[in-house]
Unconditional design. Structure first.
Length: 164
């Protein structure tokens, strides 16, 4: 049996986040349709566009590694997205819906930030500078999205949920 390497682990992590990003692309339109806040809708729409570019970057990373872009089922993201769907179903029409959707979106962001941070570190250790650059670009977008969601929650979404 072949000994597993950091490159193997990196490839598995890459397949995992590729699957996750593609699942997020499927979930975001539902969240966009479900939200009541125009500001939150705009934030989700922006992230949908970013996610499409992030998938393209991941495909470039696979290509640089000489591997086929292929996802691997990730129970973690499936669970996080399922929780978001439960909020969408359970709180439809409620003033708390947007606060719940925003929290679910941040759970997704935190998962992505963790994955991309690890992949950046491993790619750097492997001397894959071009891959590091692509992954860091996505990591910066994920961190910015998380910050803008926090700002939106604190500025209005959570207060609107409480006031109702």
């Amino acid at each position: 049996m072949k000994t597993k390497t950091l490159e193997d682990l990196f490839h598995e992590g890459l397949r995992d986040i590729y699957y996750a990003e593609r699942q997020i692309l499927r979930a975001l339109p539902k969240m966009i349709r479900g939200t009541q806040s125009g500001d939150l809708r705009a934030a989700f729409e922006k992230h949908l566009e970013q996610t499409e570019m992030q998938v393209d970057r991941l495909q470039q990373v696979f290509e640089l590694m000489g591997k086929r872009a292929q996802g691997k089922t990730c129970p973690a993201i499936d669970g996080i997205l399922e929780e978001g769907q439960e909020i969408l179903d359970s709180y439809k029409g409620s003033a708390a819906l947007d606060a719940g959707l925003l929290a679910a979106a941040q759970a997704v962001e935190h998962y992505e930030i963790t994955r991309y941070g690890t992949l950046c570190t491993w790619a750097d250790l492997m001397g894959q500078r071009e891959i590091v650059s692509l992954l860091k670009e996505t990591l910066a977008e994920e961190e910015e999205t998380d910050k803008s969601l926090t700002d939106l929650a604190e500025a209005s979404i959570n207060q609107s949920a409480l006031a109702a």
